[in-house]
Design a protein around this ligand. Structure first.
Ligand code: F6R
Length: 357
């Protein structure tokens, strides 16, 4: 039920603070200990490398998850698009563990890989929103998103839920290895949920950005470095799938190797600046595109903001910035689609779960 919302997508964007709080509750006991199936812990402990397999938005969440698992838990991770992996399997390590990320749990491309992996005898975990789904039933273990049904074709709350559960998994795996985590997970995720709420209350601002930058444009670029780059991929996917604006997410440093040729007078470039160690370099990229006529919209994290930034995100742990920086991108896409008279919840040519390979 949409209730008073004009679209499921807007409702689901607004549910994100609640979903994060719900995930904290479902995965932690009253003493803030993480509750995970022992089998999952052991599977991760025994693995020498994790292979994350997913499609679309879930793949983008996987890229962020890799960052968590490698930096917090020091476990090597590869992230693969399911449709490519199935016929172009990389050389696997001796003890691989597969993590399938799928909101629906029914995506045929991901399932094809799961079937292959099971034939090879390797263990698999499915991270899904749908407990009874095919991918959940056919994997050894399931991690649930607890995000509630996602109806809009464009995935929003499932993406942030996937990232939150991957953060919990990474912190738990780090602790299991005796590694020190320099922050309080419950507290930091709580701060994220509060920040999400502030962003969900910034709809007017986002609508203005959509009107100013995207009302008539043919294309749009999203640039970022590191984890911001991964969020840019997701921002671009969201924009193209519902507004039909040609959009691309680029690693800031990669622009000059070709793509910058596409920048013309007035081309919108949305830049994310949430990471201190690359703040100056992404600012440099913004200058490069502005010099070629781009219309820049910089979204920065509080503490890293500079003069001229279009929007400043509330302060959160830098590592968790994808959970908040994606919300303006979701909202901007929503309003861009709305003002271009697109069918927000049911974009052309797309289905909610893709059950063909
Ligand atoms: C984009 C979107 C798709 C899905 C992809 C995988 O908004 O929804 O890219 O993320 O089709 O779907 P699941 O996660 O159900 O396997």
């Amino acid at each position: 039920e949409k209730g008073t919302y004009p679209h499921f997508m807007l409702k689901e964007i607004d549910e994100q603070p609640f979903v994060i709080r719900n995930i904290i509750q479902k995965y932690q006991d009253e003493n803030d200990n993480i509750m995970l199936e022992e089998g999952i812990r052991n599977a991760i402990k025994e693995a020498d490398r994790l292979y994350i397999i997913a499609c679309g938005t879930s793949y983008h969440a996987g890229l962020v998850g890799k960052q968590f698992l490698e930096t917090f838990a020091k476990i090597p991770v590869e992230v693969h698009v399911a449709s490519e992996f199935s016929y172009n399997m990389p050389l696997l390590t001796e003890k691989p563990l597969f993590i399938f990320i799928s909101q629906s749990g029914e995506t045929a491309d991901s399932r094809a890989v799961l079937v292959q992996v099971k034939e090879l005898g390797y263990p698999a975990i499915t991270l899904t929103n749908a407990p009874g789904s095919t991918l959940s039933r056919e994997a050894d273990y399931t991690l649930l998103l607890h995000a509630g049904p996602e109806i809009a074709v464009a995935s929003t709350k499932a993406y942030t839920a996937q990232i939150a559960v991957l953060a919990i998994l990474a912190v738990d795996s780090a602790r299991a290895k005796g590694l020190h985590i320099p922050f309080d997970l419950t507290k930091e995720l709580g701060i994220v949920a509060n920040a999400m709420e502030v962003l969900c209350d910034s709809k007017e601002e986002m609508e203005n950005i959509a009107k100013e930058f995207l009302a008539t444009t043919r294309n749009c670029f999203f640039i970022g470095r590191g984890i911001d780059y991964y969020v840019c991929l997701e921002g671009a996917l969201k924009l193209k799938e519902i507004s039909y604006i040609q959009a691309e997410g680029f690693a800031g440093g990669e622009l000059k190797h070709g793509t910058i040729a596409l920048i013309e007078q007035g081309t919108p470039v949305i830049a994310l600046a949430t990471q201190e160690h690359v703040n100056l370099s992404i600012r440099g990229n913004v200058k490069e595109v502005v010099a070629r006529g781009a219309n820049p919209c910089v979204i920065s994290l509080k503490g890293l903001e500079m003069e001229g930034d279009r929007f400043v995100l509330p302060s959160v742990l830098e590592a968790f910035s994808p959970l908040v920086s994606v919300i303006p991108l979701q909202l901007i896409s929503y309003y861009a689609a709305l003002h271009r008279d697109c069918d927000v919840d049911k974009p052309r040519n797309l289905a909610k779960s893709v059950t063909v390979e």
